[in-house]
Design a protein around this ligand. Structure first.
Ligand code: C5P
Length: 408
């Protein structure tokens, strides 16, 4: 269930200092147009008041199994019946233990036991409590029971310790819900992605680069991880945060990017070249800053290697995907590039869409023709692109499967 398919959610808050983050979480959910019903445990009310959550959710908050505001007196059944999903955030060690064993001694645990919708928990506790074998067992059992465990994160804790047990930040939690629901179409696949611009030095402070933000490549890395792939991201200089779970290799020049790709290519199933690679490098960059004078300065440029072409021409290449940003005649130029580069799949977009923005639109080109992906956030396009790749890999596999012959 992606966040977009949740219309009504029950947010359960249990007793922990991270309960204050639930206020922001509820605000973000409401802002997305989701109907939020908050239920709190008695312990949670020591950390944050129901009035705060009532103001943010716009609905009365329930804390008591014996609350008589529900007509039939069965709040636990009514609430779990109404919700598309239940999210417990924060989920304390005690509450996790309780629901692992099917205990139901308060309103929230009753709702969890009576549910017929997905249950998600965002654990939050001290690092020792998180690492305690009892909690480890409980979390493992909850996962086996189909409960979606989101986080926790590691870092500074309210108690002064540092380690695993911090509740995911509200924005990250919403992303994690989305991610947990992506189909695992690339489970077990190893994916290598290049992203961002490369940079070729002119002197000690200047260089040749381009406007690539790296956003598309990073979105593809994130989407591939969500779909179960093991991802190495070879990235030029960007200001982006590495997607959680990616093996990030930072490079500057095209030559460094080529070396990093070749070093990380072994056993890769898929290679996606999203990087906007500098096609030329400066033959004799100055080690010192070049002084300004009145003369014309001539730079001698030599062509850089084509990383994608190097990968495609290997004896047993991975499935290769190229990107092409064109300023005109998008389809013709891109399809020509796909054939020239001998690529099974190429994603093409217009220059004005390719650099910097959070949204884009793509045309996927393969042997079957053109598959337009309408304007959308880059993460959405990344997911659609990878779905297409997974489909092509599946077709390839069934096409190469040996026919079963009868043995005499
Ligand atoms: O030929 P063009 O640069 O437009 O091709 C774009 C595709 O080739 C992209 O996938 C890009 O990452 C890749 N490329 C590369 N090495 C280069 C130039 C482009 O891997 N030197």
């Amino acid at each position: 269930m992606a966040l977009s398919s949740i219309k009504r959610i029950l947010v359960g808050i249990t007793g922990g200092i991270a309960a204050y983050k639930a206020a922001e979480l509820v605000r973000l959910l409401v802002r997305q147009g989701i109907d939020v019903q908050v239920v709190m445990t008695q312990a949670a009310c020591h950390f944050i008041t129901p009035v705060t959550l009532q103001a943010l959710s716009g609905k009365p908050v329930f804390t008591d199994l014996w609350d008589d505001r529900i007509d039939n007196g069965m709040a636990h059944i009514e609430f779990s019946r109404d919700a598309d999903a239940i999210l417990i955030a924060p989920a304390s060690a005690d509450f996790l233990a309780k629901i692992t064993h099917g205990m139901a001694d308060d309103l929230l645990s009753n709702i969890c036991l009576a549910r017929s919708c997905p249950l998600m928990v965002a654990p939050a506790m001290n690092v020792q409590m998180w690492e305690n074998p009892a909690t480890r067992r409980n979390v493992a059992q909850l996962k086996r029971d189909g409960v979606i465990v989101l986080g926790p994160d590691s870092g500074d804790q309210a108690c002064g310790d540092t380690g695993m047990g911090r509740m995911l930040e509200p924005e990250t939690l919403l992303d994690a819900i989305d991610a947990s629901q992506q189909p695992k179409l690339l489970a077990g696949k190893k994916v290598l992605i290049t992203a961002g611009p490369t940079f070729e030095a002119i002197d000690a402070v200047r260089g040749i680069t381009n406007l690539s933000s790296g956003k598309m490549g990073y979105a593809i890395a994130r989407a591939a991880i969500e779909m179960g792939a093991e991802v190495t991201l070879v990235s030029g200089q960007t200001s982006l945060k590495s997607p959680h779970g990616a093996n990030l290799v930072k490079v500057t020049t095209t030559q460094q990017m080529l070396s990093a790709v070749m070093e990380n290519l072994q056993d890769r199933d898929i290679f996606i070249g999203v990087a906007a690679v500098a096609d030329y490098y400066v033959l004799n960059p100055s080690e010192q800053k070049i002084k300004k004078d009145a003369h014309i300065l001539t730079l001698e440029l030599a062509p850089n290697p084509d990383i994608l072409a190097n990968v495609v021409s290997l004896p047993d290449p991975p499935f290769c995907v190229g990107f092409a940003a064109e300023s005109e005649n998008l389809y013709e130029f891109a399809e020509h590039k796909r054939r020239r580069k001998n690529l099974p799949l190429l994603a093409a977009n217009l220059i004005q869409d390719a650099f910097g923005g959070d949204e884009s639109e793509l045309i996927l080109l393969d042997d079957k023709g053109a598959h337009p992906l309408p304007r959308a956030p880059k993460l959405t396009l990344a997911r659609q692109l990878l779905k297409h790749v997974a489909g092509m890999l599946k077709e390839q596999k069934s096409a190469t499967a040996q026919p079963i012959t009868e043995q005499s």
